[in-house]
Design a protein around this ligand. Structure first.
Ligand code: ZN
Length: 369
């Protein structure tokens, strides 16, 4: 089962007095066998034995041993047997393996995946027509074909015979150009209809030049802004190959965008407005509901404290809450708690891999005001 933004928000709202076991397991069949992944999972579960609730460990183990079909490339499970809470997702995109135990589901890797691969469309265009594919989390869910009429006739042989009578005029004659342009216009309109209907966050254009660029220029501006790249695809490419190519492109775009988000947060913080760096300041901003984009290094975790009454987060061991006078409880990961809070308030999360200043600071944010 794939996951939507709505489900992600619902997950972000779930909390429990009993800790929740969150499991991310890379199950990419091109890298290892399911037996090896199962072994890795058992090792990871053993490592958290003293923190996790035994029933959750058992439930997760049972699921992977007997129920999971090992389809897809990433598996994500949230378990809290005590609260009768269980969610399992099989993703067509890879995840980084890891276990987390907290009073909320550990969501930032999943939030990142939904953001990167949530819903995108591929418009594969040529002079004759267009194929539109809609992907959700890396799985193809819709397909639509548009074929331009005139070229359709030519494909049946009539067009080529008329060309032959005119003494083998090149295909790029004025008439053919006009037909191709008309087809491209229709293709752009079909793409617009498709995107209005399915609302993809991103659009990829595939096709040979100059057709692909001409097609891009014919799209409405709002759609042009969604185009993240153009690529060429072998017309005989299989669906998994096409999907792989689109995932690669999305990944490149994502990595670039994440680094830019981190840059923006550091620049804004440097200028002393609309940006903060470091957990202490991030938590204050989160408490005030000011975080627009949270950028966090993938491996950053930090202990912290949360007010048991108003849920104010802090890195300092205070006696009582400066906001409500409530008492603090220590939490294993204040950074993750900040992630949860930002998600709940509709902010964005960027989990960044290779940004040295962020690796040092751990966490930073761009603020709403
Ligand atoms: Zn408080």
């Amino acid at each position: 089962m794939s996951i939507s933004e709505t489900e992600l928000r619902e997950l972000a709202e779930f909390q429990s007095e009993t800790p929740i076991l969150s499991v991310y397991l890379n199950v990419d069949p091109t890298q290892r066998t399911s037996e090896e992944y199962l072994l890795r999972l058992r090792q990871m579960l053993k490592e958290v034995e003293d923190q996790a609730v035994r029933e959750d460990v058992a439930a997760v183990q049972r699921y992977f041993e007997h129920e999971y079909d090992w389809s897809g490339r990433g598996a994500v499970v949230f378990s809290c047997v005590a609260a009768d809470f269980w969610r399992a997702y099989s993703l067509a995109v890879p995840v980084a393996s890891g276990l987390t135990i907290a009073r909320r589901p550990y969501l930032s890797p999943l939030a990142m995946l939904v953001d990167a691969y949530g819903q995108y469309a591929l418009a594969s265009v040529n002079r004759q027509g267009l194929e539109l594919l809609l992907f959700r989390m890396g799985e193809m869910v819709e397909r639509e074909v548009f074929e331009g009429e005139e070229v359709y006739k030519r494909k049946k042989g009539r067009g080529s015979s008329s060309l032959g009578r005119r003494g083998g005029a090149p295909v790029s004659s004025g008439h053919q150009k006009e037909l191709a342009l008309r087809n491209l216009r229709e293709a752009a309109r079909a793409t617009d209809r498709f995107c209005r209907k399915h609302k993809p966050q991103r659009l990829i254009v595939a096709g040979a030049e100059p057709t692909a660029s001409q097609f891009r220029d014919l799209l409405p501006r709002s759609l042009q802004e969604k185009v993240i790249g153009t690529m060429s695809i072998d017309p005989a490419a299989s669906e998994p190959e096409i999907r792989e190519r689109t995932l690669q492109l999305l990944q490149e775009v994502e990595e670039k965008r994440k680094v830019e988000a981190a840059e923006m947060a550091f620049t804004a913080a440097g200028k002393g407005r609309e940006g903060v760096v470091g957990l202490d300041e991030v938590l204050s901003a989160a408490h005030e509901g000011r975080i627009r984009t949270l950028v966090i290094d993938r491996h950053y975790h930090a202990r912290g404290y949360r007010c048991s009454n108003c849920r104010y987060l802090t890195v300092q061991a205070l006696d009582d809450c400066p906001f409500c006078g409530g008492t603090f409880v220590e939490i294993p990961d204040a950074a993750e708690a900040a992630v949860t809070k930002v998600i709940e308030e509709g902010g964005e999360i960027e989990v960044v891999d290779d940004h040295p200043p962020l690796q040092q600071a751990g966490i930073a944010a761009l603020l709403r005001y």
